[in-house]
Design a binder for this molecule. Structure first.
Ligand code: SME
Length: 155
């Protein structure tokens, strides 16, 4: 990967073009998953969960990667559900050390979940699984939080 700061800066620009494109929300979320999955070698599963506020659950939305059995996740359960409760980015550099974890694949070693907010309320999350241990740096957090800020315009 070329210099990470440069690459991540251009990824933010590419994500903004997707968000501002004339496509529908589902297509845009799918395109952002594809962009991140193609661009970052250690982003092995990239997907969005959308909040079902009536049930306090997360519902699987567009994703790129292996299908997962975790299509609905109650708030509080797993890394995704904990991020929804905490209303902040949750980075787990080694999933084997996290007891409240919902495994999608034995290959996954680490995970980052970034909430998406609209008017102060959580409306969704961007979830990324990696097959590498401890791959997430402050630059990843900044990139993914920047993308989630843009994506909140779609809600
Ligand atoms: N590992 C997540 C479940 C979702 S999958 O990663 C796609 C969790 O613990 O919440």
């Amino acid at each position: 990967m070329r210099d990470k700061a440069d690459r991540f800066h251009s990824l933010l620009g590419e994500a903004e073009m997707i968000v501002d494109s004339p496509f529908g929300t589902t297509e845009k979320l799918q395109a952002i998953c594809q962009l991140l999955s193609d661009a970052v070698p250690y982003y092995d599963w990239v997907g969005f969960y959308l909040v079902d506020a009536a049930k306090s659950e997360l519902v699987l939305g567009p994703f790129v990667g292996q299908p997962t059995e975790h299509v609905r996740i109650p708030f509080g359960q797993g890394i995704c559900g904990q991020a929804a409760d905490r209303k902040e980015t949750f980075t787990v550099q080694d999933v084997s050390k996290e007891s409240n974890y919902l495994s999608c694949s034995p290959n996954v070693r680490s995970e980052i979940v970034v909430p998406i907010f609209k008017d102060g309320e959580i409306v969704g999350e961007l979830d990324i699984d990696s097959h590498e241990l401890s791959p997430f740096e402050p630059q990843d957090v900044a990139l993914l939080e920047g993308i989630c800020d843009m994506v909140s315009r779609l809600f």
